[in-house]
Ligand binder design. Sequence first.
Ligand code: PMP
Length: 364
Amino acid sequence: MTFPPLREELRGIEPYGAPQLDVPVQLNVNENPYGPSAACIADIAESAAQAAATLNRYPDREFVALREQLASYLSKDTPAGIVPEQVWAANGSNEVMLQLLQAFGGPGRTAVSFAPTYSMYPEYARDTNTRWVAGHRAEDFSLDLDAARDLVKTERPSVVLLPSPNNPTGTALPPEAVAVLCEATGEDGVVVVDEAYGEFRRTGVPSALELLATYRNLVVTRTMSKAFAGAGLRLGYLAADPAICDAIRVVRLPYHLSAVTQAVALAALRHADELLGKVDELRAERDALVDWLRAQQYDVADSDANYVLFGRFADRHAVWQGLLERGVLIRETGPDGWLRVSVGTPDEMAAFRAALTDVNGERA
Ligand code: PMP
């Protein structure tokens, strides 16, 4: 027996995570490049101070005030509105999804998604002893709905994970796709539409929140890490039928959201307009980046997110490395030959374009 006595199937596995390198231009983990204003920082600090005065007590286990504010924020995206009983939250949407797998996956059960997709999904399945099945996306990274429906009918998953927009491709799901998969899955399973990047979707692309009133087995997850400019806060959440939220309460650890997290998230929500204020600029910067990359003859996936997948490179690692040597960190992820770059400030994008042009010149 080797020490430590790690579960057999975990031996030799590297922990997930993008390199955290201290370089001038960081375009590798899809953060919002704009930090909070002085007024927002002051409000957050004051709220954290108030929470600090209560730290001898456990926090509100049901985080009622936070659920109310998240429900009111989400209600903007669906005419039916969202009530607090439909909302659940945890430390990042990663934890929300792990809790979903803990509650609805498990031994003898199956989770399904469609590759290429977010690389944490198979890890949630592994960590909860859930069987993992990945179908495939079409050449343009959209879902072939007939094939997707067939896979769901054959595998009978208890969890279907559908990011919209998808990471790393940026592809949003049309509402018909969500509807087809909710119907095919039926009430023996839940369909999780991961809208971590939902706020960046292009005009006219609806949120799956609109379908919650129709499908009881639909879960829509969101996060404050991306558009909301709160990656350091660690606050993810979902909207679903209240019965789904109640089921998750069985597997969550007691007091999983600290008093500080709750207070800071509430303060950030009070400044939602400011924190989300750069989303339109980031979307415009994204569209300009897609156009520029296409003008340079790259293959570029359509993007509804704050990142762009582009290629194809015979040796993508060499290009990634060349950019890094020029102070620009992007992500070596997705199908072979492709790279993903996050959308940053205009200056950061100019640095990226210059570095890529330079790397290309050197390799020509
Ligand atoms: N879903 C997708 C598709 C993501 O890309 C990420 C983060 N990269 C997450 C969920 C999790 O984000 P967080 O835990 O910060 O909410």
